[in-house]
Design a protein around this ligand. Structure first.
Ligand code: ADE
Length: 255
């Protein structure tokens, strides 16, 4: 999986992905992260990438031209890399002419909220391009031209799209085969079956008077699984009644 991030703050992206599991996955070649500075593509001699909003109103807007040119450069780079691997492919720089556009995701609070399901859908792609907005937003025309998906990470407004893009990339990358080692499995975690994960315990058996539930020490695999499922249900009902209702409805339909 190759991530390409269009941003005004490439150092924010680079700094965040070079450590821990993502850093290791990059080193091992399971993923790559290319943070591309939109400002490099401005035609403005002062390096400006923003301007006032037509119709008035507070704040500045990111202009269409630098973003469009930045996107084209990324698409060209992806196509060249693909052509280098397969000389029979066409050399057109229009990604849409090559049987499907490269998914280009605009991070914006004006969108549906990111989910595990969306992460799994995007993890199936080979290339993903993220656009991180700033100021009051982005000229609508370039969004119409290049964006295939709009994603929000929650109903609150951040200062820019970099942190949201990092959130999405992290959730997507850990689903890419090889990124998580055997120790960190993505299989049994929250949301896979629509329930929150059960509580977990490590050594010691007793800590500040709190004991590990007896059943987890029993070695009885089936009973442990049953207990964990019950705990998942209890936790989900208590903390996320919306998910609990949806789960119960699905179970009823399947019965
Ligand atoms: N940009 C600013 N706030 C955001 C949010 N909540 N989600 C995605 N992108 C954003």
């Amino acid at each position: 999986m190759n991530f390409h991030v269009m941003t005004l703050f490439p150092e924010l992206i680079e700094g965040a992905v070079c450590t821990s599991i993502l850093g290791r996955a990059i080193q091992a070649g399971y993923i790559s992260v290319d943070a591309v500075d939109i400002r490099t593509y401005t035609e403005n001699k002062h390096g400006r990438v923003d301007d006032y909003t037509y119709g008035g109103g507070a704040g500045m807007l990111m202009q269409a031209q630098p973003i469009y040119d930045c996107h084209r450069a990324i698409v060209d780079k992806i196509i060249s890399a693909k052509n280098a691997g397969d000389p029979n492919t066409s050399s057109s720089s229009d990604a849409s002419s090559r049987g499907g556009r490269i998914r280009t995701i605009y991070m914006t609070p004006q969108a549906g909220v990111f989910s595990q399901e969306k992460a799994a859908e995007l993890a199936a792609e080979d290339e993903l391009i993220f656009l991180c907005g700033h100021y009051e937003g982005v000229d609508e025309r370039v969004l119409e031209e290049i964006v295939t998906d709009n994603i929000s990470i929650g109903d609150y407004v951040l200062t820019g799209g970099e942190l949201p893009a990092l959130v999405c990339m992290d959730a997507i990358a850990r689903l890419v085969p090889g990124v998580l080692g055997n120790v960190e499995s993505s299989e049994t975690e929250s949301f896979d079956d629509g329930l929150l994960e059960y509580p977990q315990y490590s050594r010691p058996e007793e800590w500040r008077g709190r004991k590990v539930p007896e059943i987890l020490l029993s070695g009885h695999h089936a009973n442990v699984e049953k207990w964990r499922h019950e705990q998942s249900l209890i936790r989900t009902k208590e903390r996320r009644p919306d998910l609990y209702e949806a789960y119960m409805k699905r179970m009823k339909e399947q019965a």
